[in-house]
Design a protein around this ligand. Structure first.
Ligand SMILES: Nc1ncnc2c1ncn2[C@@H]1O[C@H](COP(=O)(O)OP(=O)(O)O)[C@@H](O)[C@H]1O
Ligand SMILES: O=C(CO)[C@@H](O)[C@@H](O)COP(=O)(O)O
Length: 556
C-alpha cells in the first residue's frame, strides 16, 4: 500500500495543490484555484485607490485555495484521505500579513478594511523602496556584516522595509497589529491552529541568522524608536527548521479540505527554495531557476561567502548542512505578458487566432527564426526593478536600437534575451566570487511554455539545463517536506535528502548549449553589461529621475 502527501504552491495569481505518491514522486492529481481578488495593485475591492508600486492581496483568497483545490485534487487522484500522511505549503515571499491577537488578518475587520496598510503586502509590493534605502543606509553604518549576507543591500520586497513603511505611513496599523506574519506561516497556522514560523522566510526575508539571531535593538531603534522591540513583539516566536512538523490538521480544516484530522502539517516554505530538493538538487554547483512571472535562482554552498547582489545566504535555509544562496530577477514572464498585452498589432492577433496559436506561441515561432544580434536591439530587463545584482526597485526597463523596421518579434526576442543576460550576470557573479556553477535546473511555467527561451538561456550561459518533469514543481517540493514532517514511521522520510532521492523527477534529456550561438551572444552580452553598469551603477540616474517625475504626478 502506498502513502501520499499533498503539496500546495501559493503563487502570485493562484494556488496549486498536488497529490504525490511518496514512494516514487509520481503526481496523481494537480488542481489550480485562481485567487478571486488576484493582485490588488490599483485599488482595494471597495474601490479605495492605491499608490504607485503597491501590490496587495486578500487573505481570504488563500483559504479559498485550501477549500477548493485540495478536496478537488484528492478526489481526482482517487486516493483515500486515510492514506494522505502529510500536507505542506510554499508561498511567494515576503508576502506579509498584519494580524490581531487572535490571528485574524486586520484587513478583514470592519474597522481596518479601508486602510490599505492593514492588507496583505504581496512580495512585489515595491512602494517601500525609500524605506529600504534608509534601512540600507543605517545598516551600512551600523551593521555592514549583516548587509554582506544579503549581497550588500536589503530589498524593499522584504519584511523590515515593509514594516518600516507601515510604521511611518500608518502608525495606527503598526500599533494595532499583534504580529506581522509571512503568508506561508499564516496559512499554515490556519491549518494547524498554532503559529510555528519557518527558518526559510525568517532567514531570507526578516534578517534572522541561525547563529547570531536577529538584528540588534540599537539598530532597530535607529530605524524607528517604535521598532526597538520588534523581534520580541510583532515578529516574535521560535523559528523551526524546514521539514519540521508545524502541527496537525484541525478537525474544522480537515473537514473543509476533505482530509483526516491529525494529518501532519510541515512548517511553511518559499516557492523558490522548496524547488531545490524538488529537482533532486541536494548538493553544490547546481543552480535551480524557478521561472515564472519572476525568476528565483537558488544555489547550495559549503561555505558562507559574500556575493555581490545576491538576495541572501542562509545556513540551513534550503537543505540542512548547506548554505542556501538566493538571487533573482523581479520580472521575467511578467515582461513578456506586458509586451503581448500592450504592443502586439491586430494582424498578429488575427494570425494567431487563425492558426489556433497563443500570441506567445506565434511570437516565439517568428523570433526563433532570428540569429543572435539580428534584431539590432538590446534591452534591459528591469521593468519591475532589479533584484540581482543591483538590488534596486527604482530601476526601470529599456529597449535600445529600434528603427522604423523593428517588428514585434524583434522586441519579443530582445526582451527574452535581456532576461537571459540578467541570469548570465547572476551566474557570473556567483562564479567570480567563488561559488561555482556547473549546470542549471529549470522549473516553473517558462521552463515548459517556451522552448526558444530555454535554449537561449542555455546558449547565453553556455550551461546544460535540466528540466523538471512536473509543471507544479514547488508543490511537489512541498509534498516532499510533507513526507518529512510525517516521518518514516508513518510512511514518509526522515530527511529531505532521502525524500528528494526517492521523489524527484526530471525530464530525461537536458537542453545543451550551442557553442557557436554562445560565441555570438558574448558580443551582445558585452553591450548589455555596459548598459547595465551605465544605468544601474549611478553613472546616469535617468531612470530614477523619470520615475520621480511620474511619482509627482501620481502621488501615493
Ligand atoms: N509561451 C510563453 N512564453 C513566454 N512567457 C510566457 C508564455 N506563456 C506564459 N508566459 C508568461 O509566464 C508567466 C507565468 O508563469 P507561471 O510559472 O505559470 O506563473 P507564476 O510565476 O505565477 O507561478 C506569465 O508572466 C506569462 O506572461
Ligand atoms: O521572492 C521570491 C522568493 O524569494 C518569490 O516568492 C517571488 O519572486 C514570487 O515568485 P513567482 O514568480 O510568483 O513564482
Amino acid at each position: 500500500m502506498s502513502d501520499y502527501t499533498i503539496g500546495i504552491d501559493f503563487g502570485t495569481l493562484s494556488g496549486r495543490a498536488v497529490v504525490i505518491d511518496t514512494q516514487n514522486g509520481k503526481e496523481l492529481a494537480a488542481v489550480a484555484a485562481d485567487y478571486p481578488h488576484g493582485v490588488l495593485d490599483n485599488e482595494l475591492p471597495q474601490q479605495i485607490k492605491l499608490g504607485e508600486d503597491w501590490a496587495l492581496q486578500h487573505p481570504g483568497d488563500y483559504i479559498h485555495v485550501l477549500k477548493t483545490a485540495v478536496p478537488e485534487a484528492v478526489q481526482q487522484s482517487g486516493v483515500s484521505k486515510e492514506d494522505v500522511i502529510g500536507i505542506a505549503i510554499d508561498f511567494t515571499a515576503c508576502t506579509m500579513i498584519p494580524v490581531s491577537a487572535d490571528n485574524e488578518p486586520l484587513c478583514l475587520e470592519e474597522k481596518w478594511q479601508d486602510t490599505p496598510h492593514s492588507w496583505v503586502k504581496l512580495w512585489k509590493h515595491h512602494a517601500a523602496q525609500s524605506h529600504a534605502n534608509r534601512l540600507n543606509e543605517v545598516l551600512e553604518q551600523k551593521r555592514p556584516d549583516i548587509l554582506s549576507r544579503y549581497g550588500g543591500r536589503l530589498s524593499s520586497e522584504w519584511m523590515i522595509a515593509k514594516i518600516m513603511q507601515i510604521v511611518e505611513e500608518a502608525p495606527e496599523v503598526y500599533a494595532e497589529a499583534d504580529q506581522f506574519l509571512e503568508a506561508a506561516d499564516w496559512v499554515t497556522s490556519q491549518m494547524t491552529g498554532v503559529i510555528r514560523k519557518n527558518s526559510c522566510t525568517a532567514g531570507y526575508k526578516a534578517i534572522w541568522h541561525k547563529r547570531e539571531g536577529y538584528l540588534d535593538k540599537e539598530t532597530l531603534k535607529a530605524l524607528s524608536p517604535k521598532m526597538e522591540d520588534l523581534y520580541e513583539t510583532k515578529l516574535r516566536g521560535q523559528i523551526y527548521p524546514q521539514g519540521e512538523k508545524a502541527g496537525e490538521l484541525t478537525p474544522d480544516m480537515a473537514d473543509v479540505m476533505g482530509l483526516c484530522e491529525g494529518t501532519a502539517v510541515a512548517v511553511g516554505n518559499v516557492d523558490a527554495h522548496v524547488s531545490v530538493p524538488a529537482m533532486g538538487v541536494t548538493d553544490e554547483k547546481k543552480l535551480v531557476m524557478s521561472m515564472g512571472t519572476s525568476i528565483c535562482h537558488m544555489l547550495l554552498g559549503k561555505e558562507e561567502r559574500t556575493v555581490e547582489g545576491i538576495c541572501g545566504v542562509v545556513e540551513d535555509g534550503v537543505i540542512p548542512g548547506y548554505f542556501g544562496y538566493e538571487a533573482g530577477q523581479s520580472a521575467v514572464g511578467d515582461i513578456f505578458s506586458w509586451f503581448v498585452n500592450q504592443f502586439v498589432p491586430k494582424a498578429y492577433e488575427e494570425e494567431a487566432r487563425e492558426r489556433a496559436m497563443s500570441i506567445h506561441g506565434l511570437l516565439e515561432e517568428k523570433a526563433d527564426k532570428l540569429e543572435p544580434g539580428e534584431t539590432g536591439l538590446v534591452a534591459l530587463d528591469w521593468m519591475n526593478g532589479n533584484r540581482s545584482v543591483l538590488v534596486d526597485t527604482d530601476l526601470t526597463g529599456m529597449i535600445l536600437g529600434m528603427t522604423l523596421d523593428t517588428k514585434p518579434e524583434d522586441v519579443y526576442r530582445a526582451l527574452i534575451e535581456a532576461t537571459a543576460f540578467g541570469t548570465y550576470k547572476i551566474v557570473k557573479s556567483f562564479t567570480e566570487q567563488g561559488v561555482p556553477i556547473d549546470a542549471l535546473y529549470a522549473n516553473g511555467g517558462l521552463s515548459y511554455k517556451n522552448k526558444m527561451l530555454i535554449q537561449m538561456y542555455s546558449d547565453v550561459t553556455n550551461k546544460p539545463i535540466y528540466i523538471a518533469e512536473s509543471e507544479e514543481l514547488p508543490a511537489v517540493g512541498s509534498a516532499m517536506f510533507a513526507a518529512v514532517a510525517a516521518g518514516s514511521k508513518k510512511g514518509g522520510y526522515d530527511s529531505i535528502q532521502e525524500a528528494a532521492f526517492q521523489m524527484a523527477r526530471l525530464k530525461p534529456e537536458p537542453v545543451l548549449p550551442d557553442k557557436k550561438r554562445h560565441e555570438k551572444y558574448l558580443d551582445l552580452y558585452e553591450e548589455y553589461e555596459r548598459l547595465h553598469d551605465y544605468f544601474g551603477r549611478g553613472e546616469n540616474d535617468v531612470m530614477k529621475r523619470l520615475k520621480q517625475m511620474k511619482k509627482e504626478k501620481v502621488p501615493n
